[in-house]
Ligand binder design. Structure first.
Ligand code: PBG
Length: 325
């Protein structure tokens, strides 16, 4: 008889033989920033997730530092939107202001974590699409310079990394060229390489006020049915100069995470999205699941599937409860 139970008998033996661990330095917390003063408002569909005004970001920074996680990814909710999403590349826009605040806050304390700026137009366009419209369709090539300008605005403000999430073809090269032309050779790009047209983004669109006013995103985000194409996307981003490739969403796409892991030598990130978080919170509120154990199991699965970096709304709660044991 093969006795696989021998190594499962005690907690000490199980800990010794464990193949995977959640690496808290690899966790990234998404943060929503909005206009106004002294604002900290909970997102209705995401209990425990808040929108902050810039002046309250010190609280987030303190929590990230004490939890010891890797960093934050910033999303902006601008005061005004227009057809061309100009708030996304305004030097005085919400995300550049948030970055400058956080950089100064950290410098004054001699501390650091990684500040990543999500680069997309959908939070800033009146129509809610991720690029500019031309005859009702998102015009890929006309949108690229706007993404490059948005990345430049974030990097000039001090962003440590930019992450283009619009699924425009060529967006990684467009941003790389713009950054290099200004001497920002050292700033990495994390591509949202395999981003699927998913129903799991519902609560985020509520949080960021970024739902498309007409139509959907299926003309640019990936078809849920395609795994091979996801590999192609990851390899294209790598070829365009991405430093990290991402798969998004996470839970229903771990096959894709594994496949990408096996085909690239770059770090692989996975985005545990808003709908995945909301389902855990809703089931917890109804007393249906043990939240702490579920979150531990979910985060472990991401690392087991081959992710090096996990972007998750659970990051702080998990690291505060479990990260130091
Ligand atoms: C912007 C963007 C979205 C998310 C991250 N960046 C929304 C979308 O594509 O509709 C989703 C994140 C989440 O659901 O947590 N393009």
């Amino acid at each position: 008889m093969q006795r696989t139970r021998r190594l499962r008998r005690t907690p000490a033996l199980r800990a010794l033989a464990a193949e995977t661990a959640i690496r808290k330095e690899g966790l990234i917390l998404p943060v929503f920033v909005r206009c106004g003063q002294d604002v900290r408002e909970e997102v209705p569909s995401m209990p425990g997730v808040f929108r902050y005004s810039v002046d309250r970001l010190g609280e987030v920074a303190d929590a990230v530092l004490s939890a010891g996680i890797g960093g934050v990814m910033l999303f902006g909710i601008p005061e005004e939107k227009d057809e061309r999403g100009s708030g996304a590349y305004d030097a005085e826009g919400i995300v550049p202001r948030a970055i400058r605040f956080l950089k100064r806050y950290l410098a004054e304390r001699g501390k650091a974590f990684v500040i990543i700026a999500d680069i997309c137009l959908c939070e800033y366009t009146s129509h809610g699409h991720c690029g500019v419209l031309n005859g009702g369709e998102v015009d890929n090539d006309a949108s690229l310079p706007l993404h490059a300008m948005s990345a430049l605005a974030a990097v000039r403000a001090g962003a440590d990394m930019v992450a283009p999430s619009s699924m425009m073809d060529g967006v990684v090269s467009a941003i790389r060229a713009a950054l290099d032309a200004e001497g920002y050779h050292h700033v990495p790009i994390m591509g949202y390489s395999a981003k699927f047209a998913s129903a799991f983004y519902g609560p985020f669109r509520d949080a960021a006020d970024s739902a498309p006013q007409t139509g959907d995103r299926k003309g640019y985000q990936m078809d849920v049915r395609n795994g091979r194409e996801a590999l192609r996307e990851a390899l294209i981003d790598e070829g365009e100069g991405a430093d990290i490739v991402m798969v998004k969403p996470a839970l229903a796409y771990l096959d894709v995470v594994r496949a990408v892991r096996e085909r690239t030598l770059l770090p692989v990130a996975v985005y545990n999205v808003s709908g995945e978080y909301a389902m855990v919170k809703a089931a917890t509120e109804r007393g249906m699941i043990d939240e702490e154990r579920i979150v531990e199991e979910i985060l472990t699965a991401f690392f087991r599937a081959g992710a090096d970096i996990v972007i998750t709304y659970h990051a702080l709660e998990w690291a505060q409860k479990r990260g130091n044991v």
